[in-house]
Design a protein around this ligand. Structure first.
Ligand code: 4NP
Length: 146
């Protein structure tokens, strides 16, 4: 069993998008022993559902939205998950502040080999480009896990 936690700043745009994409890929590839969830580094959006832009881009690609309410990353997530995967370098710094430095902290683009930050559509308004990065990252991560 591999337990994956996607993490971003607000937990309403990128990490719930990654949670829904990864859940979809796991299902379509017929995999069973991987679980997925998501969390925020900040407290800004606690309790809120995924952003309408995230909901729209997932629907446009035929990917079911996994219901989620924003929650903050906690120190116990370090034990509860095998991979804590942030979207950008700022996420990684904040994640390390909350759970401490450990080998479980990664950036999603590690697996595509591009090592880029995944742009925050909260600021760019470009949910489609973020979706493309997340789609590629999740597929590359799954390829590596299998
Ligand atoms: P996310 O985007 O980290 O991809 O969920 C953001 C959502 C909300 C805020 C910042 C980023 N905010 O400051 O409320």
């Amino acid at each position: 069993m591999t337990r994956i936690l996607f993490v971003c700043l607000g937990n309403i745009c990128r990490s719930p998008m990654a949670e829904s994409v990864m859940t979809y890929l796991i299902k379509t590839r017929g995999l069973a022993d991987i679980t997925v969830s998501s969390a925020a580094t900040s407290r800004e959006e606690l309790g809120n559902p995924p952003h309408p832009g995230t909901q729209r881009v997932l629907a446009a690609h035929g990917i079911p939205l996994i219901p989620h309410r924003a929650r903050q990353l906690t120190v116990s997530d370090r034990e509860d998950f095998d991979l804590l995967i942030g979207m950008d370098s700022s996420n990684l710094r904040n994640m390390a502040r909350i759970v401490g430095q450990c080998g479980k902290l990664h950036r999603l683009s590690e697996w595509t080999g591009r090592n880029n930050d995944i742009a925050d559509p909260w600021y760019t308004g470009d949910f489609e480009s973020t979706f493309t990065d997340i789609w590629e990252g999740c597929n590359a991560l799954l390829d590596a896990l299998l």
